[in-house]
Design a protein around this ligand. Structure first.
Ligand code: GEK
Length: 244
């Protein structure tokens, strides 16, 4: 299994169809996300460190929208609590199939992992000490986001944590443009052409709906979380923790 370089949007396309996490994307996913999300590697390794701190014995840790399981593997390498397992969920069967292969070759820990192909809106969240949404909530319709966060809050044990990473929008146009332009510079510096950047942007337009930091913070509080803190930001990519 060799990770291929992402060239999905390298040639001009007659029609840009909405982005989906299909086989074509799965084949290039590690390269795509590393070159597209500033701070991705730092966020993955740091989420493992935070999971180790918040994981509780006899509980579940959830990786919702797990893709190939980068967060799952990072948590698995760090969690020390007895009888604490990981439930990793994605609704792309291509992602889950490849994720199974990657997991099978990870010999770093005996922590049990269950990979589930399902919509995260249909999965029960129970007896949870850690829940991670690493760039997944942005793909859920805005009107349905609060219900999901409320279910996560209900499923968390006291002292449990939700880690939420998202691409942000900014109300102020100058600020928004600064972050969008800086992100595009980041992508260019990683070898993406202007054509690739603009075709990918069009493909994501109706699929990835970013919101402001204030909107996320208000919704987390509305879902029940008292302590909400932004712990990472690079341009328009942010990660927050919310503790029950
Ligand atoms: C990582 N967390 O590498 N139910 C289940 N999965 C979903 C849903 C849904 N309703 N909607 C989208 N997905 C990963 C990166 S990628 C982010 C997450 C990105 C899944 C989708 O199939 C994809 O695998 C993932 O959420 C989003 O840390 O590519 O920008």
């Amino acid at each position: 299994m060799v990770d291929k370089p992402d060239a999905i949007y390298a040639s001009p396309l007659d029609k840009i169809i909405d982005f989906s996490f299909d086989e074509k994307v799965v084949n290039v996913f590690p390269d795509m996300i590393q070159r597209s999300v500033p701070g991705y590697g730092t966020m993955i390794s740091t989420i493992g460190i935070m999971a180790a701190r918040y994981a509780q014995a006899d509980s579940h840790c959830y990786d919702l929208g797990c893709s190939l399981g980068a967060v799952t593997l990072s948590m698995r390498q760090r969690i020390q609590q007895p009888n604490c397992d990981i439930i990793a969920v994605d609704n792309s069967s291509a992602m889950i199939e490849r994720g199974q292969q990657l997991l099978a070759s990870d010999k770093t820990s005996s922590t049990q992992v269950q990979l589930v192909c399902a919509d995260i809106q249909d999965v029960a969240i129970e007896n949870a000490s850690v829940v991670v949404l690493n760039f997944t909530l942005q793909f859920i319709p805005v009107a349905e986001r609060l219900t999901l966060l409320q279910r996560i809050y209900q499923g968390l044990k006291p002292g449990g944590v939700l880690i939420l990473s998202e691409k942000l929008a900014f109300e102020d146009e100058v600020q928004d443009n600064f972050h969008i332009d800086s992100h595009h510079d980041f992508k260019r510096s990683n070898g993406y052409s202007d054509l690739e950047i603009s075709q990918k942007r069009s493909a994501l337009e109706n699929v990835l709906i970013p919101e402001t930091l204030a909107e996320h913070q208000a919704r987390l509080k509305q879902a029940g979380f008292d302590f909400v803190e932004k712990w990472f930001q690079c341009f328009n990519f942010v990660s927050m923790v919310a503790v029950k």
